[in-house]
Design a protein around this ligand. Structure first.
Ligand code: URA
Length: 230
């Protein structure tokens, strides 16, 4: 939210007070003086008025996890183990999963408490390339490439998918790059050709590639450059 809004939401300050404090240069966000009330502050921002702490700021947390098959991309589930069960971190309930994968899909999952950041990667319209290695039951036809590149009509959502790039690796394996994330999108695209997906592994989301050092079920914190790249 905007800094002026943050201030005037506190019972002590009116909108006029907030404007005066800002104009006087009495506010600091993460150590830097801010005079512009439109400045966006978040729950992670440390906000000070003179030497008084108004908000301590929370640490933003970012992890990449190698999702194994048979684990649900949810924070709670009555039957299956969840992705959160794989994390040994405090206050896990504050974390959410960026870009879910189906129960039997594997590969890159992001877990964070920063909703704005994960939305940049995962919103259907984010246009960030997501790369999947796909294994199919039937041979993959050369004609799929053109159909996926043109976009496919999904009647349920009444939309045409964005152009997707398919690179056929061999008869039953391909790399598919999507620039959006629709419900069961990969399976539905191959389903168009009555070809069942029997293996689905996400290798990349935007600039983030699954660390090859991570075995299925393992995770690590993102590096500062990885967080900033999104
Ligand atoms: N598309 C699918 O069909 N399943 C996934 O898990 C991810 C993308």
């Amino acid at each position: 939210m905007r800094l002026d809004r943050f201030l005037s939401n506190l019972p002590r300050f009116s909108r006029a007070d907030a404007r005066l404090l800002l104009a006087a240069g009495r506010l600091r966000v993460d150590g830097a003086t801010v005079r512009d009330g439109r400045f966006e502050v978040r729950e992670f921002s440390r906000i000070e008025l003179d030497d008084e702490l108004l908000q301590a700021g929370k640490p933003a947390r970012y992890f990449m996890l190698h999702k194994p098959a048979g684990v649900v991309s949810a924070t709670a589930h009555p039957e299956h183990r969840t992705v959160l069960d794989l994390l040994d971190e405090p206050d896990k309930h504050e974390l959410h999963i960026g870009g879910r994968l189906d129960l039997n899909s594997t590969g890159l999952l992001l877990v964070t408490n920063d909703g704005l950041w994960s939305r940049r990667l995962t919103e259907p319209r984010s246009r960030q390339g997501k790369v999947y290695r796909v294994t199919t039951e039937q041979p993959i036809g050369a004609e799929y490439v053109e159909v996926f590149a043109r976009g496919m009509y999904f009647a349920y959502e009444d939309l045409t998918t964005l152009p997707a790039e398919l690179r056929i690796l061999d008869a039953h394996n391909a790399l598919l790059t999507l620039h959006e994330g629709r419900y069961h999108q990969v399976k539905r695209m191959f389903g168009h050709f009555r070809n069942r997906v029997i293996g689905l592994h996400r290798e990349r989301m935007g600039p983030l590639r699954l660390d090859p050092e991570l075995a299925p079920g393992q995770y690590r914190a993102l590096h500062a450059e990885e967080i900033a790249a999104v």
